[in-house]
Each structure stands twice: as C-alpha cells, then as structure tokens.
Design a protein. Structure first.
Lengths: 302, 261
C-alpha cells in the first residue's frame, strides 16, 4: 500500500478545509481535535458547515470566532461544571457575532445516520422520536427523519437518511505512514463516522511503525485505505481527554468557561491562547511543563 | 453533622431507588453521583453503562465530570461505542433502569434540554439532546432526576420535547408506537418522589419530611395531584448522609457546580 501524506496542521487545514467547506469533526467530548479548531481560527476560516455529535469548547470557539454558518449536532456545552457554551448561546439567542443555522439529531439518530452513510445504505431504522422536538422542528435538513411501514409487520418505524460528510477530521492515538489509525478506549460513533466521510484526515498523537500497529490490530478504527492525510499533533485533543494519553483538563475548561462569558473575554482568549501561540506546539508550551506533567498519562512513546 | 438539605435528600432518595445487581444506564450529572452513592451504600454490584460505550462495574478511583470523562473508563470491563450502548444495551432492553436528569419537565414527563421560547428564536438556548432522547424513547424504568423545586422547571407543557415522556398523555405515546415498558416511571426532586398515572400525568407519590402539599402545588405549573396515600419518605441515616457528603466533596473537587442552598 502507498504511504499517505504527513502534513502539518497548517497544511492540512489549508488544503482540505477551505471557506464554506462541509466538515465532520470527530470526538465525543473526548478526543475532540481542538488543535484543528485553533488552526481554522488562525487562518480566519468563514462559512463552514460543521458536523459534530458532541459540540463542546471546540464548537463554541469556532462559533465565537465567526467560522461557522451551519451546524449539525446533538448538543453543545461545556460539560465540566457544567457551564453554558457561551458563544453558542450568544449566536443562537442574539445572533452575535453572527447567527448560525442549526439542525439537530439525537445521539442515537446521528449514529444511525452515519452508519447508513458508512455502509452506503439508503436509510437506517432509529430511535422513535414521533411527537418529539427532533421530529417536529426541522431546518436545513427537512428530511432528517421519516416514518416507513415495516415490510415485516409491526407498524411504522422511524428512519434516518445517510449522512456522508465531504471531509472528516478525527483525533486518534497513533497512526503509521500507511494511514492505519488506532484509537484505544471507548469509540462512541467514531468508526461509523470515519467510514461515512468521503475524505478523511487523521490527527494522531504519535506516528508509529507499521509493526507496532500489527501488535494491536483490533484498535484500528480506520484502515489505511480509508485515510487521505495524516497530521501528527501531540495534545491535539486538549482540553478534552485522550484515553491512555492524558486527562481532561478541568482547569482549562474552567478558565474557558469563565473568560468566554463576554465577547470581549472570548476575543482575549483567542488572542492569547490561539493567535499569539502561533501553532499547537506554542499552545502546549503556554500550558506549561507542570500542567502538562499533571495531565499526562503516557510518558513514553510506543 | 447537621440536617440533610433538600438537595441531599433528593440525592439519597434517588440513590435508594437503585437496586443492587441492576444494569443501569446513567445519564450526565446528578444521576452519576446517585449511582456512586448507591454503590457505596447498598448496591455494590450494579453495572453502569454510558452512552459512549463504557461499562463501569465498580467504583472508579476518580469521580468523572461527565460520562465522557475517560476517568469513567479507567476500571472498565468494556469500552465499546454508541451503537452498542444506545441500541444493543438500552434499546434491546438489557438495561433495567434508566436515569436521566430533567432540567425542565412538564405534566406528562416530557423533558426539555433544548430551548426555552420559540425554537428558532430561543429566549434561553440549552445544550440539546445528546443521548437524552434515546434514554427517554428506549429506556426501561425511566427515572427522571431534577435538583430544582422551582416552578419555572415544571411548566404545564415544555416548549420543546427533547426527551419524550407521555407527549400529550399516555394514549398518545402508545399510539405512536413507542415500545411497551418505556416512558417515565418516577421523578425525584428536592420535594420527594413523583409517579405517573394511567393517563401519563405526574403526581406526588411520597414527600420528604416537612414538605407540605401547598409547597408542592406552588412548585408546579399545573394543578398537580397528590396521592391520597402519599407517604412521608424516611429521614436519611447518618451513614447515607456522610457518604453523600463525601461524594459531593469529590464532585466539588472535580469542578462540579453545586446548588446554592
């Protein structure tokens, strides 16, 4: 098999996520590839259609920075505390800094829609939501749910159409040059989400030899033939956690939740933590050696 | 040690509903604390599953800040995914009790975690469903948890049904084809325990000591009924209170915001 391009985050975002791009961002409040959001903000991206099952600080920042026109999601919040996702709330309640068109699926329905996309099936049965808000309120996906009569008896079944994102970017633990990407711990919807995307970028904590991949083949969430490009970016998922690599950074969640209460505070966060740091290495340096040591679980490379 | 606060009573009453050995689907926030308290007090053999696919069958050394805080997975026996958790375990009926926090809940047990006011122009935009829709649509023995006794948390009809209760009444839920055995069974809040009648309407079933009918009626946005045989729940024991306070201290140390008493 051919090697896949190993790009810097700057190159990958520049090449695959231009203005107006439809992009699925992986992670479910763990393994959220925050470093991608930082780079999108640094490059001043506009007009994105973002798909994300669990939108936390990552989605909140993209909205606050005015990168997002459309959002498909299951929830957006800062689950530490919990405290509100302030930028998300300002955009939806007041239209600042700009309004965002939103469409929502429950987590199960989103999982099934991605599974249909991944398997190239016309629809999947899903959670019954008849009579509930998700069934009634529809915005830019007017066909997000339908009822079909089961051909095998037993009444009507709620179904979802396939979701096939144009591009997906996913945080994983380790990858080889062939693109074989591995994730340990719970996977949420990630396997289906990766397979549903037409192009896939993986953001890995480590680049490892293929022989290392062979030792734990059950951890491969994307075989190399499904991957288009590789970014190696340690701490890419901070402040969310990365199983076996580092803990969730509660202090940073608290800091973000507090500073983003006002638009002015949010802009200060962007200036200090995203723009001034230059790249993710700079961001990690700003976190500081002591903080990194407290959060770090895996101290040695594989 | 001092008397239990109404919030602590809510946590203890909720924890005591958990049966040892049961498989529980535990949603975000106070249900997680209740499960920890129950595991330490009377239910060491419960199996807790979370929406991301974690199976947790013993007390984790660190109190997770949410089901997706991977400290919840540190002692796990299974790390699977959302298809397993939401459909193979919850939907297929392998979970015996489903615990869901209900910030805003109406007469028929419909839960709103999406928006207050019109959906497209919300007065207050809340996070949205996550897997909360699945818990209410598919979960057996659905147990709703609310830390509020404020009337704004109990409107006659929610503005958006994020997690379906009995919709406009039990007959509507049945007619729309939800599985038998699903739908809210119980709600606990600082006032006591509430159940759902044959028509799907919530009513007071047992109250915490010192809580009167007038206080209950003032806390709900419709003329809530209270059972004729409405019981008074027991005072927490010293052990129940001390374990709950230890877990609340653990929660605070993990950045949980605790209600102001």
């Amino acid at each position: 098999m051919n090697s896949k391009p190993v790009l810097t985050m700057r190159e990958a975002v520049g090449r695959y996520i231009p203005d107006g791009q439809e992009v699925m961002i992986g992670g479910f409040a763990f393994s959220d590839p925050t470093a991608v959001a930082h780079e999108l903000i640094r490059q001043g991206r506009k007009g994105l259609y973002v798909m994300k099952t669990s939108g936390g600080v990552l989605v909140d920042m993209l909205i606050g920075a005015g990168c997002v026109d459309r959002l498909l999601f299951c929830h957006v919040w800062n689950s530490v505390g919990p405290v509100p996702a302030h930028c998300f709330r300002r955009a939806l309640e007041k239209g600042t800094p700009q309004s965002v068109e939103v469409e929502e699926l429950s987590y199960g329905a989103f999982t099934m829609a991605l599974l249909a996309g991944a398997c190239d099936l016309p629809f999947m049965p899903t959670t019954p939501v008849q009579g509930a808000g998700h069934f009634i309120e529809r915005t830019f996906l007017p066909n997000k749910f339908a009822l079909v009569e089961s051909p095998f008896g037993g009444g009507s079944v709620c179904v979802v159409p396939p979701v096939k994102p144009a591009v997906g970017v996913f945080h994983v633990h380790r990858v080889d040059r062939l693109g074989n990407a591995q994730l340990f711990g719970p996977a949420g919807e990630m396997r289906y989400s990766i397979a549903a995307c037409k192009k896939v970028i993986v953001v890995a904590e480590e680049l490892v030899d293929t022989e290392e991949i062979r030792k734990r083949p059950e951890a491969t969430v994307a075989p190399g033939f499904m991957v288009d490009a590789i970014v190696i970016e340690p701490w890419a998922a901070h402040p969310t956690d990365s199983y076996g690599y580092y803990y969730r950074d509660l202090q940073h969640n608290d800091l973000y939740g507090e500073i983003s209460r006002t638009e002015e505070g949010f802009r200060r966060y962007v200036d200090e933590w995203i723009v001034a740091t230059g790249d993710h290495r700079g961001f990690v340096a700003k976190l500081g050696k002591d903080r990194v040591a407290e959060l770090q679980l895996r101290k040695e490379p594989w | 040690m001092g008397n239990a606060s109404s919030f602590e009573r809510m946590l203890i009453t909720g924890a005591k509903r958990i049966v040892d050995g049961a498989v529980l689907f535990v949603g975000f926030h106070w249900p997680m604390l209740m499960a920890r308290v129950a595991r330490r007090l009377h239910a060491p053999s419960i199996v807790v599953v979370y929406e991301n696919g974690i199976v947790e069958d013993r007390l984790t050394p660190i109190f997770p800040t949410s089901p997706c805080d991977l400290t919840a997975a540190e002692q796990a026996t299974t790390c699977a995914g959302s298809l397993e958790a939401l459909y193979m375990w919850l939907g297929a009926g392998r979970v015996q009790m489903t615990m869901l926090e209900a910030a805003i809940v109406d007469r028929f047990g419909n839960v709103n975690t999406t928006a207050v006011g019109p959906y497209l122009h919300p007065k207050v935009r809340l996070p949205g469903s996550g897997g909360g829709t699945e818990l209410a649509s598919l979960g057996r023995d659905l147990f709703l948890v609310s830390a509020s006794s404020n009337r704004r948390s109990y409107p006659d009809r929610v503005d958006y049904i994020t997690s379906p209760g009995y919709l406009g009444g039990r007959a509507e839920r049945d007619r729309l084809g939800y599985k038998p055995g699903t739908g809210p069974q119980t709600l606990v809040n600082p006032l006591g325990l509430f159940r759902f009648g044959d028509d799907g309407e919530m009513y007071g079933a047992a109250l915490h000591p010192g809580v009167g009918a007038e206080q209950v009626r003032a806390s709900f946005g419709w003329p809530i009924k209270i059972a004729n045989n409405c019981a008074v729940l027991p005072e927490p024991t010293a052990e129940e209170l001390s374990v709950t306070r230890e877990e609340l201290a653990n929660a605070r140390a993990r950045s949980y915001l605790l209600p102001q008493e």
